[in-house]
Design a protein around this ligand. Sequence first.
Ligand code: ZN
Length: 217
Amino acid sequence: MEITWLGHAAVKIKGSRTVYIDPFLTGNPAAAIAADKITEADIVIVTHCHGDHTGDAFALAQKTGATLVGIHEIAVDAQAEGITAEGMNIGGTVDVKGVKVHMVQALHSAEKGCAAGVVVEMDGKRLYHAGDTGLTYDMKIIGEFFHPDLSFIPIGDRYTMGIPSAAKAVEFVQTKRVIPIHYDTFPIVKASPEEFKRRVGSLAEVIILKPGESFTL
Ligand code: ZN
């Protein structure tokens, strides 16, 4: 499968299905692609109700016919706009078009519902997107349950983990590979992915992408 970082927390996962997570593109100075250039999507996942994560999610689901997956309160709003949406909550799993989405804990605020992370299970691979979160000991549970093949971990500090705590999260999550996200979008979340890589050391393979770059898993 092909993994593309689109800037900030936005990622595209292209396997047997095309999945977008937190597609904040319009108004994102680091966005690798304009939302109106996206024509195909099967599933759009939103980790939590903040503008830099909900972003273009509703518009994308509307245009492509993708199923939107998110916390109950976001899904209700999406359904009211005619979008096919699967609402869920932390601890739950939904199977959408053969892709399993597990919702896991995140320590963060949200304008509606609560913030969450997700583990996406597709084509025999498990990918953890932490959403926005602080470091939490519960990440050990994610590691023990899911053994992620790849994780997206925020490193930008202030609103999420910074580099020292993000490196500790990699240890807790026992992920094989990690792509740092949620940094350098705005000056206020500036961070060095190289420093993160140094801190992680041999715990996991750190894959540093520029917005628009892809990694094949
Ligand atoms: Zn947030």
